[in-house]
Design a protein around this ligand. Structure first.
Ligand code: NAI
Ligand code: 15L
Length: 265
């Protein structure tokens, strides 16, 4: 097995539950963690931990040599919540990684880092970032934080700007942004195993008929999507669509571009 102990954060979440079985093949021991309870399964180490707790996160990372980091708030929320789980949480994780000699991190970034680019644009991985909310800003922070931890400490990270990872596209926008679970699993696998990735950003998207993103500059990952949203062509006309001309229809982030503001005072 390539790694001694692999940590999967966000293991109780939708994608954590999808990825957990496949992650076992990459390490002698799989440690799964979340702020919520998780199922016990086989020899997996199960650790409930709030990533906003620095000492707890340090103990969580101890003994691990690789991390798949999915844990955090996965939708647009008030900034105060995002700060705790996504900004402090990701910082605590990287501090743990530095202190405990982690070699490779796969960071679940998001298409919402670039959500304010128009849908008419085709983006490379090194395009200008245009986050579409606090959530997207927190993912941009994670991309920069991981860049710093590579430049300063040599911890390799693959940042995956995941599109829409679901069993099937749920609306018209997701016909462009859809990432199948099979492609997600393969992409995370390549991100863990590809040699010498340094700090690398890639989009997580299947081979859909219309895609807004190119992984040409991330070719050394060796990821070739096998699925396509074209497989849903018979039912896709019935999927909900944003109002023509609305911000949701114009920008890549879709409904995220109009969420908030949140009054928290
Ligand atoms: P999810 O919301 O189902 O799972 C996230 C998990 O993180 C949850 O189980 C939650 O309890 C946990 N979590 C939240 N705050 C935490 C904290 N302070 N400490 C520890 N755990 C905490 O989200 P999903 O869909 O599974 O996404 C996984 C990751 O992938 C997230 O980072 C999300 O931002 C990212 N992503 C997902 C996409 C998708 O299409 N599902 C698209 C783009 C990015
Ligand atoms: C994300 O980043 C979210 O975590 C997920 O809930 C989806 O909405 C996805 O992006 C998307 O853009 O469809």
């Amino acid at each position: 097995r390539p790694f001694k102990r692999l940590l999967l954060t966000g293991a109780a979440g939708a994608l954590g539950r999808v990825l957990r079985p496949a992650m076992r093949g990459h390490a002698s021991v799989l440690r799964v963690s979340d702020i919520q309870p998780m199922e016990e399964s086989g020899s997996d180490e199960v650790v409930v931990c709030d990533l906003a707790d620095k000492a707890g996160t340090d103990a969580l990372v101890a003994g691990c040599d690789a991390i798949v980091h999915l844990g955090g708030i996965s939708v647009e929320r008030p900034f105060e919540e995002i700060i705790e789980s996504n900004i402090r949480g990701t910082f605590h994780l990287y501090e743990g990684a530095r202190r405990h000699g982690v070699k490779r991190v796969v960071f679940a970034s998001s298409n919402h880092v670039v959500g304010f680019h128009p849908q008419s644009e085709h983006l490379q991985t090194d395009c200008e970032r245009r986050p579409d909310g606090y959530y997207g800003i927190s993912k941009a922070f994670g991309e920069d934080l991981s860049r710093f931890y590579f430049d300063r400490y040599g911890i390799e990270t693959v940042c995956l700007r995941i599109g829409s990872a679901y069993a099937a596209p749920k609306d018209q926008r997701m016909l462009s942004t859809w990432l199948s679970f099979g492609d997600l699993e393969a992409l995370v696998g390549r991100s863990l195993l590809a040699p010498d990735v340094g700090h690398l950003i890639a989009y997580g998207v299947s081979d859909n008929p219309s895609v807004w993103w190119s992984n040409a500059k991330a070719a050394r990952l060796g990821f070739e999507p096998q699925d396509t949203s074209a497989a849903f062509k018979d039912s896709s006309a019935a999927l909900p669509a944003a109002l023509p001309g609305s911000p949701e229809a114009r920008f890549q982030g879709g409904p995220f571009v109009t969420r908030g503001p949140f009054e928290t005072l």
